[in-house]
Design a protein around this ligand. Structure first.
Ligand SMILES: [Zn+2]
Length: 218
């Protein structure tokens, strides 16, 4: 990282000082034979799983990212992938997905609503317990398990940096790594975790940043 920064700084100086209009990004890329790719750690992911997914050595991945303890990675962390990393085995839609509702019901809490010092990162959709919760678009199950306030949570990765999150389920019906079609059932709704009444907490994130689902849903 330090080295890339230094290269960028030199390129910037060159661009400012000389008449040669070298764009820094191009210059920096040109100095590397194969540009490194980045993987953003999903909730519940381990370094071993990431290494296996890309067919690379876990020690190489740890060394490349300066990780002294491979157990200490956190969701949202950016990991550099070595040039030999295989493409991630997942559906990579060419364009942003066309989203569909995970369940049909009244929205009881909007995105951005104040939540005890923070903001609601998704929307709440009221449905009776046991209602099938459906993938909002095609993707790969990135997380399926219990997670703090979310209760039983499913996270689906749609590629292009998009993930959808389905919280408070009573039962999860998929496993991590499963490919799911748009509209496929991923869970049964409930009130697990921090939920005062049965509902689906639904989030859409891009590169980890929550977006307003109502701006994306039809
Ligand atoms: Zn919620």
């Amino acid at each position: 990282m330090k080295r890339a920064g230094a290269i960028l700084a030199v390129a910037l100086l060159a661009a400012c000082g000389g008449r040669t209009a070298v764009r820094p990004a191009e210059s920096a890329a040109a100095t590397r034979a194969a540009p490194l790719r980045v993987h953003i750690v999903a909730p519940g992911e381990t370094l071993w799983r990431i290494a296996r997914r890309y067919g690379v050595d876990v020690e190489r991945l740890a060394a490349l990212n300066g990780l002294a303890d491979p157990n200490r990675i956190v969701a949202g962390q950016r990991l550099l992938l070595p040039p030999e990393a295989a493409p991630a085995p997942e559906a990579a839609p060419a364009a942003r997905p066309r989203w569909r509702w995970p369940v049909r019901g009244p929205v009881s809490s909007l995105f951005g609503a104040p939540r005890g010092g923070s903001r609601h990162q998704g929307i709440d959709i009221l449905v009776p317990p046991g209602t099938p919760v459906r993938a909002s678009a095609a993707g790969v199950v990135r997380y399926a398990g219990r997670r703090r306030g979310y209760g039983l949570l499913v996270v689906v990765d749609h590629g292009e940096g998009f993930t959808t999150w389905y919280g408070h389920n009573s039962r999860i019906t998929v496993r991590e790594g499963d490919a799911v079609a748009a509209g496929a059932r991923v869970a049964l709704s409930g009130a697990s975790g921090n939920a005062s009444a049965p509902h689906v907490h639904f989030e859409v994130r891009r590169n980890g940043k929550p977006l307003d689902p109502l701006a994306l849903l039809p």
